[in-house]
Design a protein around this ligand. Sequence first.
Ligand code: GLU
Length: 309
Amino acid sequence: MSLVPDLNYQDVLDQIAEEIAALPGRGRSADYIPALAGIDPHRFGMAIADLDGKVYGVGEWQTPFSAQSVTKVFTLALVLARDGAALWEHVGREPSGNPFNSLVQLEYENGIPRNPFINAGALAVTDRLQALTGDAAGTLLEFLRAETGNCEVGFDEEVARSETANGDRNAALAHFMASYGRIRGPVPRLLDHYFRQCSTVLSCADLALATGFLARHGLLADGSRLLTRSEAKQINAVMMTCGTYDAAGDFAYRVGLPGKSGVGGGIIAVVPGRCTLAVWSPGLDERGNSVAGVAALDRFTTLTGLSVF
Ligand code: GLU
């Protein structure tokens, strides 16, 4: 039950944009990836997709941006769809309590990443996807194009190159896991697929559509099944507990929805059985989440009452 009788998503989005208008521009664009550093933090867009794929938007909701870690949700789903629970032998599902690119925990936990959304875990997931399909990045792209109906969805080679050139930390994580025998393929090939994955460019509209299977309990846009109902629930649960870096507790407190953020300033969120949301504003808080993005999602659940709690 929503707080708003006859909930009109467009009206809600317009109201949110008005209420948070002072926030885009707060925070800082990610600067550890030089190709992202120059993006104006004042930009803002937000979209909602209903279960039938109708999309509503406000601001720059059709502007493509660097999805970065938001893509970790999709690679996780693509692995679970092919390999089921076997993945959980290689990757945990507990919040890490450490920065997303930390090496420390990996050592005392024998090379098993805490969860699929920290970088080590995402590298392990991409390695599994590569082993299962022979082309992790290509499989991701095919999935995204099918779910969005947008054949323009692609990789930003400049961002991918920029990440490769500044990718020592991710390379260290991958080599470290490989030293424990936890990476199957060659590390350079894994990094190539991982950086291309992170460089995927999508708009809020694309992201809201691509996330739809999590609101439809595992069903893709064409009605076929990607995941079991239970697997979709599992991904939503891991998003809730681990999806927004070291601030997942605060995100659950403020927004109350499964969500996944990326350092490009994007965040996706899921109202299971109802709709998906995607928001973009590049100004990040100190924990790496979009300042205006979290505030907009906070306003959405407060105005509508649509949260999982
Ligand atoms: N490509 C970024 C990295 O691996 C992704 C970071 C993020 O969005 O969390 O560092």
